[in-house]
Design a protein around this ligand. Structure first.
Ligand SMILES: [Zn+2]
Ligand SMILES: [Zn+2]
Ligand SMILES: [Zn+2]
Length: 147
C-alpha cells in the first residue's frame, strides 16, 4: 500500500466529511477502504479491496471489510458497477460518471453522465421507463479495438 502522501488528502477529507454528515462513523477499516479506492484511482473488485486493506491492516477480517463496503455503499460514499458478465467493481461515488467497457480488451472508459441524458429522456418519453445507466457498463469496442 502506498504512503498516505500519495493520496489526494483534500478529496479524502471531503469524502470523510460527507460520510460523517450522513451519520457514518469513521472507523479504521472504513477509512482504509476509502483510501484504497483513492489510491487505486480506478475500479477494483471487493476481493482486490480486501487484499489492499489486509496488507495494511492484517488484523481486519475480510468479513468486516465486506460489511464496511456495504455500509459505505448504503451511505452513498461508494458505488458499484457491473462491467460485464456480472463482475462488480467499486468506485467512489463523489465523482459521478458512466462506464463503457470494451468487450475485446476490457478497457473501461469513463464518460460524463450527460452522454446518456438524451437516451434516458427518449426512453422515458416513449416507454415511461427510467433508465439507470449507472449500474451496468455499456459494452462495445474501444477506439483501438474498433480499428
Ligand atoms: Zn449490482
Ligand atoms: Zn466508475
Ligand atoms: Zn478494446
Amino acid at each position: 500500500m502506498a504512503s498516505v502522501e500519495s493520496v489526494d488528502t483534500a478529496r479524502l477529507e471531503r469524502i470523510l466529511a460527507m460520510f460523517r454528515d450522513r451519520g457514518g462513523r469513521v472507523t479504521t477499516p472504513r477509512r482504509t477502504i476509502i483510501t484504497a479506492l483513492l489510491e487505486a484511482g480506478s475500479h477494483v473488485t471487493a476481493d482486490e479491496l480486501a487484499d489492499t486493506v489486509q496488507s495494511a491492516h492484517p488484523d481486519v477480517h475480510r468479513s468486516t471489510i465486506y460489511r464496511c463496503l456495504g455500509s459505505l455503499e448504503e451511505l452513498g460514499v461508494v458505488d458499484h458497477v457491473h462491467l460485464g458478465h456480472g463482475r462488480a467493481v467499486y468506485h467512489l461515488a463523489d465523482e459521478s460518471h458512466q462506464h463503457l467497457v470494451c468487450e475485446s480488451c476490457g478497457t473501461v472508459v469513463e464518460v460524463p453522465d450527460k452522454v446518456f441524458a438524451t437516451l434516458a429522456k427518449g426512453v422515458h418519453k416513449q416507454f415511461g421507463f427510467l433508465v439507470q445507466p449507472r449500474h451496468f457498463a455499456v459494452a462495445g469496442r474501444c477506439r483501438s479495438c474498433a480499428g
